[in-house]
Design a protein around this ligand. Structure first.
Ligand SMILES: Nc1ncnc2c1ncn2[C@@H]1O[C@H](COP(=O)(O)OP(=O)(O)OP(=O)(O)O)[C@@H](O)[C@H]1O
Length: 260
C-alpha cells in the first residue's frame, strides 16, 4: 500500500494556503508532519481526505486517484483522527467508537455484534475499557482524544491520518499513544500524523515533513530534517538537539529550547 500526495494546492475559497505539496508514505511507515500554528497542516489533511476540494494536484492510493472514490470506499481505506471535537449529542463512548465501523456496515447501517466486539477490542487495546459506558460529552479532552483514536482503530483502515494525536494528553498517555502508533505501523498500517513536538519525530517516525510558512516542505528522515537550523527556520526560535548514547550505535535525541 502506498499513499501519495502529488503537487497538491489547497485552501479555502480563492485563498491558497499551501502550494505544490508532494509527499508519500508506504505500509509500515510513520510520516510525522511538523510545522508552526496556522501553516496549513489540518487544511492539507482535510484536502487529502476529500473534505476540501483540491485546487491542484492529486491524491493516489496504490496509484489509483481517489478523486473518483465514494466516501464509503475512502472511509474503508483511510482513517482520520481529528483534533478533539465535542459532538452535539451525548453518545456513550462505546457508541462513538462503534461509529468507526460505519464504512463496514451493511445496507441498513446497524452495527452487528462483530462491530461492537471490534469497538470493544479497540477500547481494550488503548487501555480505556473502563470508559465504555461513559457519556462522551462528559469526559475530559484527553480522554476524548483516546476515544477518537479507538474509533479510528475500530475503522481498521490501511492508512491512518492523525491530527495532533497527542494534544491534550498527559505525559503517560502521550507515550502510550506513540507506542500504539508504532505498533499499528508494525502491523502494516501507513500513518501520517502531526505533532507540535519535534521530539515525537525522533521517537516514532520513519520520515518527517517539516512545513514552513512559505509552503516549502523539507522531507527526509528525522536525523536530517529535525536539525537546529531547520527548526529555527520553521519556528523562529533557538533549539538545541541533545544526543545521548544508549548503547552501541543507538542514540536518543531530544529538542531543548534555548531561552534568551
Ligand atoms: N474554514 C476556513 N476558512 C478559511 N480559512 C481557514 C479555515 N480554516 C482554517 N483557515 C486558515 O487556514 C490557515 C491554515 O490553518 P490550519 O488549521 O490548516 O493550520 P494548522 O497548521 O493545522 O494549525 P495548528 O497547528 O494551529 O492546528 C490558517 O491561516 C487558518 O486561519
Amino acid at each position: 500500500m502506498i499513499f501519495e500526495v502529488k503537487n497538491v494546492d489547497c485552501g479555502y475559497g480563492s485563498t491558497r494556503i499551501l502550494r505544490d505539496i508532494s509527499l508519500s508514505i508506504e505500509s509500515g511507515g510513520i510520516l510525522c508532519l511538523l510545522g508552526p500554528n496556522g501553516v496549513g497542516k489540518t487544511t492539507l489533511f482535510k484536502s487529502m481526505l476529500g473534505f476540501l476540494k483540491l485546487k491542484a494536484g492529486n491524491v493516489f492510493v496504490n496509484g489509483e486517484n481517489i478523486d473518483a472514490w465514494s466516501i464509503k470506499k475512502i472511509a474503508r481505506t483511510i482513517g482520520y483522527v481529528p483534533q478533539v471535537h465535542t459532538p452535539p449529542f451525548p453518545f456513550t463512548v462505546l457508541d462513538v467508537v462503534t461509529m468507526g465501523r460505519v464504512a463496514h456496515m451493511g445496507l441498513f447501517g446497524t452495527p452487528s455484534q462483530k462491530d461492537i466486539n471490534v469497538a470493544e477490542n479497540a477500547l481494550e487495546r488503548l487501555g480505556i475499557s473502563d470508559f465504555r459506558d461513559r457519556i462522551y460529552t462528559e469526559i475530559s479532552g484527553g480522554e476524548r482524544q483516546m476515544v477518537l483514536i479507538a474509533r479510528a482503530l475500530a475503522q481498521n483502515p490501511k492508512i491512518l491520518i492523525m491530527d495532533e494525536p497527542t494534544a491534550n494528553l498527559d505525559f503517560g498517555n502521550q507515550i502510550r499513544v506513540l507506542t500504539q502508533i508504532k505498533a499499528l505501523a508494525a502491523d502494516g498500517m501507513a500513518i501520517i500524523m502531526t505533532s507540535h513536538f519535534p521530539d515525537h519525530a525522533f521517537l516514532c517516525s520513519t520520515e518527517v515533513a517539516l512545513l514552513k510558512r512559505d509552503s516549502s516542505l523539507i522531507v527526509g528522515i528525522a536525523e536530517n530534517v529535525v536539525t537546529e537550523e531547520n527548526l529555527k527556520a520553521a519556528y523562529g526560535v533557538d533549539i538545541r538537539i541533545i544526543r545521548e548514547c544508549i548503547g552501541g550505535n543507538d542514540w536518543l535525541k531530544s529538542c531543548v529550547p534555548v531561552l534568551s
